[in-house]
Unconditional design. Structure first.
Length: 264
């Protein structure tokens, strides 16, 4: 049974969804994920199979056996839902308390609170394994790199940043090195959602914390990919196309994550 629920005072009542199975047939632009009470937004996503031509087939005498075949382009629409905000300390603590999960490297909460001081700040010092465990507990998953980049662009095409190409607007759209504009932070994360959302309604897709993705960096390496820049990076790291990597065992004051559900 699907319910309505209001977590955020500024929002209308949103549909509450409890599993990927329940998402089938839902087209709402925003939902609430039941397990961790995360607001999620719908991301349009198309998988395009290019048109191709199969050459004609002839027998040994040069007689036509099968004519040339043109296979038209196919477009499969596979929308998914992504957390509007990075997973917060409050959400991650709920996960730890209710799941019994024990990180391989014990969390030093003094270090966490030094850079993310409240329940509404993004969870940091999480490894890829920690992020994956949270996503599994919540009934979601980490985004693929392609999903993350499509979502980060917010509907814009071939732009440098989630807000466009104008680097001078970075201070109003991201928490990164130094302060100015809406960026009042210097050596810490900001509370999630303090900057403008992108065109899809996603917050902090540039800056604040780098976000773990499902993917390995390449087929012959164990390292996993991080995207999005962080509070101590320069504007080059805020580019939508920028990639970073690390071992899935490692966490950092700059590493966080968000989850998705739907097509993979």
């Amino acid at each position: 049974m699907l319910l309505t629920f209001s977590v955020y005072a500024e929002d209308e009542k949103l549909l509450v969804v409890g599993s990927a199975q329940e998402l089938k047939g839902i087209t709402a632009k925003k939902i609430i994920w039941k397990k961790d009470e995360a607001k999620m937004v719908r991301i349009p996503y198309e998988v395009v199979t290019p048109a191709k031509t199969k050459p004609a087939v002839y027998d040994e005498f040069g007689d036509l056996v099968k004519e040339e075949t043109v296979i038209p382009e196919k477009i499969k629409r596979s929308p998914f839902y992504m957390d509007a905000y990075e997973v917060t300390i409050g959400q991650f603590k709920k996960f730890l308390k209710s799941s019994g999960y024990k990180p391989d490297n014990a969390i030093d909460w003094n270090e966490v609170y030094e850079y993310s001081p409240t329940e509404k700040h993004p969870m940091i010092y999480v490894s890829w394994h920690d992020a994956t465990a949270y996503a599994k507990w919540a009934g979601k998953r980490l985004p693929t790199e392609k999903e993350w980049e499509i979502a980060a662009r917010g509907g814009l095409k071939n732009k440098r940043y989630p807000w466009g190409d104008d680097e001078s607007l970075a201070r109003d759209n991201a928490n990164y090195a130094g302060t100015g504009g809406k960026d009042k932070w210097n050596k810490t994360t900001a509370r999630v959602g303090r900057f403008k959302p992108n065109g899809y309604g996603l917050f902090d897709m540039a800056g604040n914390v780098q976000e773990w993705c499902q993917d390995r960096y390449s087929s012959d390496q164990e390292s996993r990919v991080l995207r999005g820049g962080y509070w101590g990076s320069d504007t080059d790291y805020l580019r939508v196309a920028n990639r970073n990597i690390n071992s899935p065992d490692n966490g950092s004051f700059s590493y966080g994550f968000r989850c998705v559900s739907g097509s993979n």
